[in-house]
Design a protein around this ligand. Sequence first.
Ligand code: NAD
Length: 498
Amino acid sequence: MSVAEPVVLAESLKKHLKPGKLFINGREEDAQSGKTIDVMNPATGELLTAVPDGDAPDVDRAVAAARRSFEKKSWRGMDPSRKEKILWDLSEILLKNKEELSVLESMENGKTVREAGNADVNPAIDAFRYYAGWVRKIYGETIPVDGPFLNYTVREPVGVVGAVVPWNYPLQLAVWKVAPALACGCSVVLKPSEMTPLTALKLAEYCMQAGVPEGVVNVVTGYGHSAGEALGRHMDVDKISFTGSIRTARALLKASAESNLKRLSLELGGKSPNIIFPDCDFEAALKAAFWGIFANKGEICSAASRLLLHADIHDKFLDELVSRAKRLKVGDPLDKGTLMGSQISATQLNRILSYIESGKQEGAKLLCGGERDTDGAKAKGFFVKPTIFSEVKPQMKIAQEEIFGPVLAALRFRDAEEAVEIANGTIYGLVSAVWTHDIQRAHRVASEIKAGVVWINTYNGFDTAAPFGGYKQSGYGRDLGAHALDQYTSVKSVWVAL
Ligand code: NAD
């Protein structure tokens, strides 16, 4: 494939992009209010298209459609082998449309087309394959109980699921929820981020193509404070599966408490420690530290945003890291040679820049970057130069708060005990990593760290089969793997007198 292809594909996509529609009960609809939201390309400032500004009445229609399909058992009552085939076919449709989806994701998010293909579309394809395999394997138990009774359990679909997802991995995170929900027999109302709704709408279209009955997968585009809030407060939504910020998680918990006590699972942010001991594989640790913070322009919940360096390796490691960061190719996301794209929005850009300012003010040492990148065509987008701070102290804002941008905070430690204390010293507990060839130390540190994922001598290892989720204020419940099935099923215990 030639290097120019994504650019060519993008031009043709832009010409043919129609205004988006809500997807309710298998049909495209406008918002009742008639209002729309512009969808921009953050790398160029171009208007891509518009989507409906969905609100409570639209959420009502989508939830009603999901409820009808659930009660009619059009999906959950279908033969498991047929459901399995449909989920598998969905993975094939995604695969067939991979190039187009990657370009679309890149255009609405600002990430490089390479990242969109590898980290959005590929995991989405794999998730449908993986959960297709679960459809015929979700079953209960028979339990030995006292007395003349037979007791058995059934795992039933939880009902109507509201899936609320953010903008950083729009397609991947939507599928992480839709695929297991469908495998369990649920009906879904998906609310993508107002900034990145386009691949979610494609997903709904593909669900119909693959044979998912109408009303089972619905998409309501709109803002969080309106469409999202309405979903969170809806009396007929049984469960919300959420990925996003702590602030929104609190709003959803409150909405659940004030409505029908719907179940929640929460995948929130992180401030993840990447701990490097001197006896690591230097080159592997360096690469992981680099991509841990600069992949997806740092807009990753699992970003390795705190680099904890042992004093003996500190200077050498940072010298090399900084020299590579200065050479990182930032630019047009559709150019296959580009390694880092544009931040999602002006708001996000300003947030990042204000964190950089606070780092300087609190006395951290800026080693590279530290400003917006306005070189050439980049002036039209929201690009930030790869930024590294050293001499960061654990209590500084840039060591405590999630920046969600290409800004690395490097901290120094002297022994494992101090590393663990620093690592655990934030409100978050999503992921973590430790680099050492001493297996005792590796496992000791892994057991002491309060995080849902610990990587030893690797970083950002993901697999659809392995659970993902946080400790502490990084959330609860697990996406992926067999654990995600717990999110979308309820256990019924049946007693039979013998
Ligand atoms: P956000 O919480 O602002 O938005 C996420 C979604 O929630 C969007 O669809 C938004 O419209 C909606 N929303 C906003 N307010 C709402 C409300 N009151 N009620 C219901 N829905 C509402 O988060 P964001 O800025 O889009 O995403 C960034 C955050 O997501 C970061 O904190 C990041 O760490 C987190 N994240 C976590 C994971 C993970 O798996 N743990 C993955 C990616 C992103």
